[in-house]
Write a protein that binds this ligand. Sequence first.
Ligand SMILES: CC(C)(COP(=O)(O)OP(=O)(O)OC[C@H]1O[C@@H](n2cnc3c(N)ncnc32)[C@H](O)[C@@H]1OP(=O)(O)O)[C@@H](O)C(=O)NCCC(=O)NCCS
Length: 164
Amino acid sequence: MAKLVDALRDTIRSELGLSIVAEDGGQIIGHVMFTTSLLDAPSRLVEVQVLSPLGVAPEHQGRGVGSALVRHGLAGAAEQGAPLVFLEGDPWYYSRFGLAPGGELGFRKPSLRIPDQAFQVVKLPAFDPWMGGTLVYAEVFWRYDSVGRRDPDTLPSPSDIPRP
Ligand SMILES: CC(C)(COP(=O)(O)OP(=O)(O)OC[C@H]1O[C@@H](n2cnc3c(N)ncnc32)[C@H](O)[C@@H]1OP(=O)(O)O)[C@@H](O)C(=O)NCCC(=O)NCCS
């Protein structure tokens, strides 16, 4: 995770992307990143934001820190002119911030391993109705195998692999 965060941080430009920390008494207790990926829309590629990762130190969870980070980040992404923010997460938690399952709004997920309900999106003021299509994650997420969840049970056993 630390390597993913470092690699994502390198992609943040002053005008696009965010890395926000929450502090308590000088100690970092929470962090969220918004980084740039692409939406493969019919007319052209569109820069969109992906919220990932989000984390709050266990002893500080349940006090609104995560919510404040998400709300602050979404406001920042809107200010930067991002049209859409995507993420993978629990719809129960993220629906309170206006996120909804992307498949129902005209978007395709970047991996079949992401459950439909976990693939979520929120439209920001810069969104235009032609901006539909497939989310193409930035290469960094693939490099660190951070897309969806791997299911070790689906690995074929050596005897299942057909031999020529
Ligand atoms: C998810 C997480 C960021 C929430 O941060 P937080 O500061 O505890 O969140 P808040 O205090 O703002 O919100 C608390 C609410 O979220 C709910 N919640 C907390 N963790 C949750 C989780 N993993 N899934 C769903 N809901 C969760 C709480 O039940 C609470 O609900 P309520 O407001 O209806 O009572 C934090 O629990 C965390 O860091 N978890 C481990 C890492 C993680 O799962 N990151 C998210 C990846 S998508």
